[in-house]
Design a protein around this ligand. Structure first.
Ligand code: DC
Length: 233
């Protein structure tokens, strides 16, 4: 039996998708692709260039014009990959709280999503990939061999995001992070296009109360149980 070649991991913010995706890709020697960085890159570019965030046409044009490149990390400063926008390294800029606060709104615009869709799908269909996002199993790669929907309670996710911000030296209040997490969940899961939800054939895993290693072991067991889908365009 051949193991899963295309693995989709979806779920809400800070549920542990990135940690799981990176570790899974390392263990399988697959490419790790975090699609969230593309929406973050567009949001950062809009803030940087003064493109109004309530103007879907202008944001769509921006998403169509810029070149986003995600490459293996060039520096040992904790980054998982380099994120380049028109050649400029914006790896850390896209983690700024102002990007966190606005990315859900930007990523809800259909034009922005379709500008990024083809690139994500092309990378995914090459296989040997762990792709992480909100709509990978439902929209971007419905033919994925294995779809994992990683969930955790909103309080647990806010605690994790708060700890990440503090570790990076950012000033933040837990209450604000929690409120923002509620707001982002609401926008991500109620938007008209590609809302956050598990695919019908996704395996739902909860990372509440589990160490990252335990989540990884459960996911690896699923990879080995799972057969590659026979027909793929
Ligand atoms: O995973 P993240 O927090 O970096 O994602 C940033 C935002 O991008 C989040 O608000 C949801 C959105 N997103 C999306 O709509 N679809 C994806 N495939 C990935 C992320």
């Amino acid at each position: 039996m051949s193991q899963a070649k295309i693995i989709a991991i979806d779920g809400p913010a800070a549920s542990g998708k990135t940690t799981l995706g990176v570790q899974l890709a390392r263990r399988l020697d697959y490419l790790f692709f975090d699609t969230g960085v593309m929406y973050r890159a567009i949001t950062w570019a809009a803030l940087d260039r003064g493109v109004p965030l309530d103007n879907p046409e202008a944001l769509t044009r921006l998403a169509e014009e810029v070149v986003i490149d995600v490459r293996p990390p060039s520096r040992d400063d904790g980054r998982l990959s380099d994120v380049l926008l028109d050649g400029q390294d914006i790896t850390w800029e896209i983690r700024h709280p102002q990007v966190d606060q606005n990315v859900s709104v930007v990523s809800a615009y259909p034009g922005v999503r379709s500008a990024l869709f083809n690139h994500q799908r092309r990378v995914g269909l090459r296989g040997h990939v762990v792709m992480v996002g909100r709509d990978i199993g439902t929209v971007v790669l419905p033919e994925a061999d294995l779809k994992i929907y990683l969930d955790a309670s909103v309080e647990e996710r806010a605690r994790r995001r708060y700890a990440e911000l503090v570790a990076r030296g950012a000033s933040a209040r837990y209450e604000d992070v929690l409120e923002d997490m509620h707001r982002r969940d609401r926008i991500d899961s109620t938007r008209a296009i590609a809302p956050l939800r598990p695919a019908e054939d996704a395996v739902i895993l909860s990372s509440d109360g589990l160490e990252a290693d335990e989540v990884l072991e459960r996911a690896l067991a699923l990879v080995h149980q799972c057969q590659e889908q026979p027909s793929r365009e």
